[in-house]
Design a protein. Structure first.
Lengths: 115, 114
């Protein structure tokens, strides 16, 4: 079974450029999460979707960040314009709704470097 | 105060040692609890859930104290392969607005040495 798929795995870009990160959740999972991990702040939840609907975006740092989930098998996280402080590892995770102890499965992450 | 607090370590222990990690959480309405493991430059993966009665999985034992809002993980007979960062995780599931929203501690780093 394929796990959560993220692309690209690595992205190096220059300040001011648009960056789009992509995620394909595990088939059948109806809850999707975007996280950001840095050494200083650890793993932070940015936004999550239930049944393709954004539920909580309180972790999105500012208007430069936006996320969409047009269907059950695809989500994007976009940063426009990117800044050096956005450099981090971005993880996507998915789970099935309904139970408190359902495991969240993480993708391999996208390592973003903004120069 | 952070929602989930852990000692960042590192804990450097010899192979075969027993090591314990602790974690405290601030929201008494938290519903479910986990330990995740993260290897260097990899994604977090579920190690074990933590139930009110305490639970064991091989060399790993997890305990929950709701009154003190405290979670622990005990690793017995540690192996070189146990070297990783251990993340304490709390879920507000069922609480209004909580959904399946997990809150992660910053992790405790374990290094098991020969």
């Amino acid at each position: 079974d394929a796990g959560v798929i993220q692309s690209p795995r690595h992205e190096v870009t220059e300040m001011g450029q648009e960056v789009t990160l992509r995620c394909k959740p595990i088939s059948g999972h109806n809850s999707l999460f975007w996280y950001r991990q840095t050494m200083m702040r650890g793993l932070e939840l940015l936004i999550y979707f239930n049944n393709n609907v954004p539920i909580d975006d309180s972790g999105m740092p500012e208007d430069r960040f936006s996320a969409k989930m047009p269907n059950a098998s695809f989500s994007t996280l976009k940063i426009q314009p990117s800044e050096p402080r956005d450099s981090a590892v971005y993880f996507c995770a998915s789970t099935a709704l309904g139970l408190a102890y359902n495991e969240q499965f993480f993708g391999p992450g996208t390592r973003l470097t903004v120069l | 105060r952070k929602e989930v607090e852990q000692d960042p370590g590192p804990f450097n222990v010899p192979e075969g040692a027993t090591v314990a990690f602790n974690c405290t959480y601030s929201n008494s309405a938290s519903q479910s609890f986990f330990w995740y493991r993260q290897d260097c430059r990899k994604e977090p993966k579920l190690l074990m859930s933590v139930y009110s009665s305490g639970n064991e999985d091989g060399r790993f034992t997890a305990q929950l104290n709701r009154a003190s809002q405290y979670i622990s993980l005990l690793i017995r007979d540690s192996k070189l392969s146990d070297s990783a960062t251990y993340l304490c995780v709390v879920n507000m599931f069922g609480v209004t607005g909580g959904g399946n929203k997990l809150t992660f501690g910053t992790g405790t780093q374990l290094k098991v040495e020969l």
